[in-house]
Write a protein that binds this ligand. Structure first.
Ligand SMILES: [Zn+2]
Ligand SMILES: [Zn+2]
Length: 896
């Protein structure tokens, strides 16, 4: 079987990958090179044409592949254009505007206001900004969120009355999306940029948004209104069950804002999160249904295909976050068009055509994980399960057709003909006791159930192949292994096949004849509730879902090579290739098993003590590794950016997005000790995710306090079999030559009755050789004073001081600083945080004392490594001073 489109797509993708690799790109990024590559590609194309004409097809193939590969490099180089100079991020980076205070922004609403659980969201295509009494034209996207407010009388204040396409001005303090500058951290900024969002802001009051002009009617505004109408219809139909409405919104329209965090984690834990992302499965279900309806109604093929295509692309317009739907619709379109012109276009070839079209449009999409997942899924279905089923199951399904007719046996190959003979004997024996008037139905029943069984086998085979084939990329993107996924998918996917078309029927008919919509919504509501219950049940099974670090790159390459060998072997169908197929399938399974268990060693430096101060925004998280690899995580940051009273919709969880991903990037699955310095959200919030994601040995807490958050964390630790230990003043630890000592707090008589305070913080000092680190959590001057009184200066001195309480002026007093006498201070605080941390007073104290200062809000994660005498300091971004020689802190010029 020939797969020209697959070869072209592969060559093009390899070209893009070459253009992407930074080492090569640095040498290639010249205009001359782009031109010469382009000329080479054109010449290669001509050469290939001549070779085909001379009937040297194989050679022509090679030349054509070279042509497409160089086109891939050209495409990648061309796509890396610098940002337009009026792009708002370039304007901010050139210091033409300062984002620290609220500004008046001008723009046009991209879409209808989106209703959110706490208010409304607005997306604005920016056109300009008023800055220092001038109008500055800027381009870019701004996402505003508005939290519904109540007036003095307790009535809800109306949200601004605006619609898609309206020109507006808005006064808001905007900021760039949060970013964690740690190795492996989730890049929310890049994620939002891919949705054309450069800035985010909160709309403080409805009066701050003004409509300048009303939108004229255009296809864009009409689509936006239709989309809003559909969203509202879903809410109306399922008004009594908000959870069902939330899942339906996600399933039909791709809007997941009403699926809360816990529910979405349940879907992830059971491997069916894809149900909530409108993509291939949804589009496939709808396309299949429409096409099937057309055939049932005996409509001619061409109009049926055209109508299906039209409806599919209208659907793409209706859905949010369109990239995956667009991909799926393009695929479905190519399959449909193929089925009109050819009898049957190979799925892999259709995918190849789609891949080339998508990569020509945007070469960088090859980096997008959902893009990769789509095409790996297609390779698994089209390249592995389809040919396997064709060989092993389909002949039997076909054999059941007209099974009574002996004359048709000869049309089948001998083993299948034998199967039909056996089938007739078996059925005759089975129904021999049945009275003759029921004979026919008994026969149909037994053969029918065999047919159902074969279909189930097909479904199981497809599901298993998909789960195994997708696991490596799922591990890279989501770090999750969901062992229940095959079972839950087997139940959920057929349900979806019914729910998605039924959902559209309900919502569409509901907008025109509300009674019909309500009738259709009844079974739909039951099915959705059943799906939610199933997912919740399987998610509740302990140990069936766990998190792992991403596999090493070479193993992924091995996996994909094996997958290609399996696909090729299945296609060739000869005796040698059968053997090759078996060996490579077995190796493929072994590789997936290795990826799912991650038996690799974690990365740390033997013989050195390490301290990493992670960037978790406004909060603390420190990671300490002993010279023999014993690990201590102190605090885990805490979620921020959420909405008051809506803890289930917290926006950003650094425990998941920064701390866990950082530890995975170094290959850690276990942590010996997790310590929580005190019960404040910015320290313990992220530890929930850490306790869930890692195998933790012990949880250290200081004093018992009356905070529910700390109690919940201890309950979680207990439920996961983690020992909880109270570590108080005087405790000592000997970890492979590193000596740890707890300086604070002492036991209090009022234990467990007072809310958590900064001065409860566990203060630790770690020493290795002649070097020491002092880690005081959020301790303030009262605690510092006590610590000073109780310890000699020798016991307090430290080379590295993690500055207390994020650099607040009430910590790190002059006396304390003099006693510790650090060479390096590290401040952990969030970029542009609302507390004004670090305070100018503290920075002045550090400068006066001549201490080199690094800050997570500017330098990202700060890594400090000592062999007992030297200190090596590196940062995630080049450290803000002494950048020329980051390996040493000998010279410590004070910071400006
Ligand atoms: Zn704090
Ligand atoms: Zn605190």
């Amino acid at each position: 079987m020939k797969l020209p489109a697959v070869a072209i797509a592969a060559a093009f993708a390899v070209g893009i990958a070459i253009g992407l690799s930074p080492a090569i790109a640095a040498h290639l990024s010249s205009r001359e090179l782009v031109v010469s590559l382009f000329i080479f590609a054109a010449l290669a194309l001509i050469a290939a044409a001549i070779l085909v004409w001379r009937e040297r097809v194989w050679f022509a193939g090679f030349v054509a592949v070279a042509c497409w590969m160089s086109l891939g490099i050209v495409g990648m180089l061309l796509s890396e254009q610098p940002q337009a100079s009026c792009n708002v991020i370039s304007v901010v980076q050139n210091h033409a505007i300062d984002l620290h205070s609220p500004l008046r922004w001008h723009g046009r609403l991209r879409d209808e206001p989106a209703r959110l659980p706490w208010g409304y969201g607005y997306e604005v295509a920016l056109s300009g900004v008023d800055y220092e009494e001038n109008f500055l034209p800027v381009s870019g996207g701004l996402r505003l969120s508005y939290s519904a407010q109540k007036d003095a009388g307790g009535n809800e204040v109306a949200a601004p009355e605006v619609h898609a396409g309206d020109e507006i001005t808005v006064i808001a303090a905007v900021r760039r999306p949060d970013i964690f500058r740690d190795e492996g951290a989730f890049d929310r900024r890049a994620f939002l940029a891919s949705q054309n969002i450069d800035l985010v802001a909160t709309l403080r009051s409805p009066e701050l948004m003004e409509r300048v002009s009303v939108a004229r009617l255009s296809p864009g505004t009409l689509i936006a209104r239709a989309r809003r109408r559909l969203r509202d219809e879903v809410d109306t139909l399922f008004a009594s069950r908000p959870d069902v409405a939330g899942v339906m919104r996600a399933m039909l329209l791709g809007d997941r804002s009403f699926v809360d965090r816990a529910e979405s984690i349940d879907f992830q834990r059971t491997g069916v999160f894809h149900v909530l992302v409108v993509a291939g499965l949804h589009v496939g279900a709808i396309a299949y249904l429409l096409f099937w309806l057309g055939r049932r109604l005996r409509l001619p093929t061409v109009p049926t295909a055209a109508t299906t295509l039209f409806l599919l692309f209208s659907y793409v317009m209706m859905v949010e976050q369109r990239a995956p739907v667009l991909r799926a619709a393009l695929m479905a379109g190519i399959v449909l068009v193929g089925s009109v012109f050819y009898r049957r276009l190979d799925l892999l070839n259709s995918a190849g055509i789609a891949l080339v079209i998508l990569l020509v449009a945007r070469p960088t999409s090859i980096m997008d994980s959902s893009f990769q997942l789509t095409f790996v899924a297609i390779a698994c279905i089209g390249g592995v399960s389809a040919p396997w089923l064709e060989e092993h199951i389909q002949p039997y399904v076909k054999a059941l057709r007209g099974w009574r007719e002996v004359r048709r046996d000869t049309a089948h190959p001998p083993p299948i003909a034998q199967f039909r003979i056996d089938l007739r004997t078996a059925v005759a024996w089975l129904v021999s006791k049945v009275p003759s008037r029921h004979l026919k139905s008994a026969e149909n029943l037994s053969v029918g159930s065999l047919w159902v069984l074969l279909r189930i086998v097909e479904l199981v085979a497809v599901t298993l192949v998909l789960q195994i084939g997708m696991q490596p990329l799922m591990t890279v993107s989501f770090h999750r292994v969901a062992l229940t996924a095959p079972v839950v998918n087997l139940l959920a996917v057929p349900m979806m096949g019914v729910m998605v078309p039924l959902g559209f029927a309900a919502v569409l008919s509901g907008t025109f004849f509300s009674a019909l919509g309500r009738i259709l919504a009844v079974p739909l509501g039951w099915m959705t509730a059943l799906l939610i219950a199933l997912v919740k049940y399987f998610s509740g099974l302990p140990r069936w879902s766990y998190r792992v670090p991403a596999p090493p790159q070479w193993l992924l390459i091995v996996f994909f090579c094996l997958l290609i060998i399996v696909i090729v072997a299945l296609r060739l169908g000869s005796r040698t290739s059968l053997w090759l197929g078996r060996v490579s399938s077995a190796s493929l399974l072994a590789v997936v098993l290795v990826i799912a268990t991650f038996p690799f060693a974690s990365q740390w430096q033997r013989g050195k003590m390490e301290l990493t101060v992670l960037d978790v925004g406004q909060g603390d998280s420190l990671f300490l590794v002993s010279p023999n690899g014993k690990t201590l995580l102190i605090d885990g940051g805490g979620a921020f950016g959420g909405f008051p009273g809506r803890p289930e919709h917290l926006a950003t969880d650094p425990g998941e997005e920064a701390v866990s991903t950082y530890l995975w990037s170094r290959g850690f699955k276990n942590i010996d000790v997790v310590a929580v310095t005190h019960g404040h959200q910015d320290h313990l919030g992220g530890l929930t995710a850490v306790l869930q994601n890692f195998k933790v040995g012990t949880l250290w807490v200081g004093r018992e306090v009356a905070g529910t958050a700390q109690q919940k964390l201890e309950e979680l630790a207990n439920s996961r079999g983690v020992t909880v230990a109270h570590e108080l003043r005087g405790e000592q630890f000997h970890w492979d030559g590193a000596e740890g000592r707890v300086l604070w707090p002492g036991a209090a008589s009022d234990t467990g009755t007072l809310p958590p305070k900064n001065n409860d913080s566990i203060v630790m000092r770690w020493e290795f050789g002649t070097r020491a680190f002092l880690l005081p959590g959020d301790a303030e001057k009262q605690a510092e004073r006590q610590i000073l009184a109780e310890n000699s200066a020798e016991n307090l001195q430290a080379d590295v001081l993690k500055i207390g309480h994020h650099g607040s002026k009430n910590s790190t007093t002059e006396d304390f600083l003099a006693a510790v006498h650090p060479r390096l201070a590290v401040i952990s605080s969030g970029e542009n945080n609302s507390y004004g941390h670090p305070s100018p007073e503290l920075l002045a104290r550090l400068e006066k004392a001549g201490v080199r200062t690094l800050r997570t809000d500017r330098d990202g994660a700060v890594h400090i490594l000592t062999d007992g005498s030297d200190l090596e300091v590196t940062c995630f971004v080049p450290c803000s001073e002494a950048a020329a020689n980051p390996a040493s802190v000998q010279a410590h010029a004070p910071e400006n």
